[in-house]
Ligand binder design. Structure first.
Ligand code: MN
Length: 244
C-alpha cells in the first residue's frame, strides 16, 4: 500500500507557481503506470476556501480538476481541513471527488495505525487561537460565506488570511514543535504507530519511544516553500521533495 501525505501549499490562485508545480506533481502520479494509491492532504492546501465559493472554484480549478481525475482512476483522496480551509463538505468534496475530515482521521496502512490532523487545534493552551477558531467555525460565518457575493468573500478572506500568515522560525525554535511532540507521544501511548501533523511548516520524521512502545511523529512540511511531502511505501515512511 503506497500513500502520499502533503500539506500547507497555501495556494493563492490560478497564477500561483505553487499551484502550477502541485498540478505537475499530481499529473506525474496520474501519468505513471502505477496502481491507484491514497493521498492524504493535511490542510491549508488553499490560502482560503470556506464553503461554496465560486471564485475559489475558478482560481483553484487546476488542482481540483487533477484531484477529480485521480479519484476517477481509483485513487483515494482524504482532506483534513486546516485553519485556512474549512466547511469544505459537501461542495469541495463533490467538485474534487475527495473525502473531507473536518477534525482528524485515523487510517491503517500495511497494519500500522496512523493518526492524522492539520495540527492547529493541538495547542490547547493557546486560548486566543481557540476563541478565534470558535468565532470562524460557526454556521453564521458559513451562511455569510455562501450568500455574500463570492468575489467579496474572496477579497475579505484573503485580507484575513494574510493577517494570520505564519512566522518563519529556525528549525529548533518553532514553538509548535514541543507541543506537537508531546501530542504525538500521547497518541503513541494510545496505540498509534504514526502521528502525522502539518501546520508548523517544518518537515521531519522522528522516532519516539513512549512506555516501551515505539512510534513516529512526522510532518510533511510545506509545499509552499520546500515542495516537501511524505511517502509511505513498503511499510516505510520517507520525506521527499518534488523536483521537476
Ligand atoms: Mn495551518
Amino acid at each position: 500500500m503506497k500513500s502520499i501525505f502533503i500539506a500547507d501549499a497555501h495556494l493563492t490562485g490560478r497564477d500561483d507557481p505553487n499551484q502550477v508545480q502541485l498540478v505537475e506533481f499530481l499529473e506525474s502520479l496520474a501519468r505513471e503506470d502505477r496502481e491507484p494509491e491514497s493521498i492524504f492532504i493535511l490542510g491549508d492546501l488553499f490560502e482560503f476556501w470556506i464553503g461554496e465559493n465560486l471564485v475559489g472554484l475558478y482560481e483553484y480549478g487546476p488542482v481540483t480538476d487533477i484531484l477529480r481525475q485521480l479519484n476517477q482512476r481509483g485513487w483515494r483522496i482524504t482532506y483534513l481541513e486546516g485553519n485556512h480551509d474549512f466547511f469544505l463538505d459537501p461542495f469541495l468534496a463533490r467538485v474534487a471527488g475527495i473525502r473531507i475530515c473536518p477534525h482528524s482521521a485515523e487510517a491503517e496502512l500495511d497494519g500500522k495505525k496512523f493518526f492524522l490532523a492539520h495540527g492547529d487545534t493541538v495547542n490547547r493552551s493557546d486560548l486566543g487561537y481557540r476563541v478565534l477558531r470558535f468565532l470562524l467555525h460557526n454556521r453564521f460565518v458559513l451562511l455569510l460565506a455562501n450568500n455574500l457575493p463570492p468575489g467579496m468573500v474572496w477579497k475579505i478572506s484573503f485580507h484575513l488570511a494574510g493577517l494570520s500568515r505564519r512566522h518563519q522560525y529556525l528549525p529548533d525554535q518553532n514553538p509548535l514543535r514541543p507541543v506537537f511532540l508531546n501530542f504525538a507521544r500521547e497518541k503513541i501511548r494510545d496505540g498509534f504507530d504514526y502521528v502525522i501533523l502539518a501546520h508548523s511548516h517544518q518537515a521531519e520524521i522522528l522516532a519516539l519511544t513512549e512506555n516501551q512502545k515505539s512510534g513516529f511523529y512526522a510532518n510533511p512540511g510545506d509545499w509552499m516553500g520546500s515542495r516537501s511531502y511524505l511517502a509511505w511505501d513498503s511499510g516505510e515512511l520517507k520525506l521527499r521533495s518534488y523536483k521537476k
